[in-house]
Design a protein around this ligand. Structure first.
Ligand code: ADP
Length: 275
C-alpha cells in the first residue's frame, strides 16, 4: 500500500511539475508576444514620422508649381534626408532582429586588435576630408595577445561607437581608442571622447532599442537609436560584455567592451586563422 501511495504521489508531483513548466512557458510566450507588439508599434511610429515629412514635402512641390527655387531645394533635401533616415532604420532594425533571433552567421578568426582598430579608424579618415570631426587616435597596449572574434562584426561595433563619439563631441574634441588586457581571458577596448557625456542614470538605458536623448537632438544627429542595442547583441555573441561610463554632463563618455583572447586550446587544435 505504501508503495502504491508513493507511486501515486510521485506521478501527481510529476504532473504538477509539468503544469508549472507549462505555466512558465505560457508566461514566457506572453512576454515574447508583448515585446513583439511593442517593437512593431515603436518601429511603426519611428517610420511614420519621416514618411509624413516626405509626403508633406512632395505634396507641396506637386501643388505649388510656382514655388521659389530655394524653397523647392529645401523641400527636396528634407525629403531626401528623411528617406535616408528610413533606409537606415529598416537596415538597423533587420540587423538587430537577425542578431536577436540567431539568424546571423559568425566567422570567428584570430585577429590582432591593432588591425581591427586601424580598419575602423580608416572609415573616419575618408569622412574627415569632407566633414569637420574630432581627432581620433589609438593607444594599444604593447604585446596584447590575439583575440578571437568575427572581424567584420568587430569593426562594425568599433565604428558604431566611434561614430557616436563623433556625433556627440565638438569638432575640436578628441576621441581615443584604447586596448588593454582585462583579465587572463579578455582584452578590453575603450572608446573615450571629450563630448557632452551621459547622465549617470542613463548609462544603462542608452543600450535600449530606440533610446535617444530628447527629440531635437535626434533630428540633428540623424541616428536610429538602435546602434548600441546592435553592439550589445554582437559583443554578447562572442561572450564579451559592453558598458558605458561617464564623468557626467559635458565631461565626455567612455564605452568599454571585452573580446575573448585566443585560447591555447584552439591554437593547438589549429583553429588559429579563419577557423
Ligand atoms: P543613435 O543612432 O541615436 O546614435 P545609439 O543606440 O547608438 O543610437 O545611441 C543611443 C543614444 O545614446 C544616443 O542617441 C545618445 O543619446 C546616447 N549616446 C551614445 N553614445 C554617446 C556618446 N559618445 N556621448 C553621449 N551620448 C551618447
Amino acid at each position: 500500500l505504501v508503495k502504491a501511495i508513493a507511486t501515486q504521489v510521485g506521478s501527481a508531483l510529476i504532473q504538477a511539475e509539468a503544469y508549472a513548466n507549462l505555466e512558465d512557458l505560457n508566461q514566457q510566450l506572453e512576454a515574447l508576444d508583448r515585446t513583439r507588439s511593442n517593437l512593431i508599434a515603436i518601429t511603426g511610429h519611428e517610420l511614420r514620422t519621416p514618411l509624413s515629412t516626405i509626403q508633406v514635402c512632395l505634396e507641396s512641390l506637386a501643388s505649388e508649381p510656382d514655388m521659389p527655387l530655394e524653397l523647392q531645394q529645401v523641400m527636396l533635401s528634407t525629403a531626401l534626408a528623411d528617406s535616408e533616415r528610413m533606409r537606415k532604420l529598416v537596415q538597423d532594425f533587420l540587423t538587430l532582429s537577425n542578431l536577436e533571433s540567431g539568424r546571423v552567421e559568425w566567422h570567428p578568426e584570430s585577429l590582432t586588435i591593432e588591425e581591427c582598430v586601424e580598419l575602423a579608424i580608416s572609415r573616419f579618415r575618408t569622412r574627415s576630408k569632407t566633414e569637420k570631426q574630432p581627432k581620433i587616435k589609438s593607444k594599444i597596449a604593447p604585446n596584447l595577445p590575439l583575440i578571437r572574434a568575427d572581424g567584420d562584426w568587430l569593426v562594425e561595433v568599433l565604428a558604431k561607437i566611434v561614430d557616436n563619439a563623433c556625433k556627440f563631441t565638438p569638432p575640436q574634441g578628441q576621441i581615443t581608442i584604447k586596448a588593454t588586457r582585462n583579465s587572463d581571458r579578455m582584452v578590453e577596448v575603450t572608446v573615450a571622447d571629450t563630448g557632452r557625456g551621459i547622465e549617470p542614470n542613463r548609462l544603462e538605458v542608452v543600450f535600449d532599442r530606440f533610446y535617444q536623448e530628447e527629440g531635437a537632438l535626434r533630428r540633428t544627429t540623424g541616428g536610429t537609436g538602435l546602434g548600441l542595442a546592435i553592439c550589445r547583441q554582437i559583443v554578447n555573441g562572442w561572450g564579451g560584455e559592453i558598458w558605458a561610463d561617464s564623468r557626467g554632463k559635458d565631461k565626455g563618455s567612455e564605452f568599454h567592451f571585452t573580446i575573448p583572447i585566443v585560447s591555447q586550446k584552439s591554437e593547438e587544435l589549429g583553429m588559429g586563422h579563419g577557423a
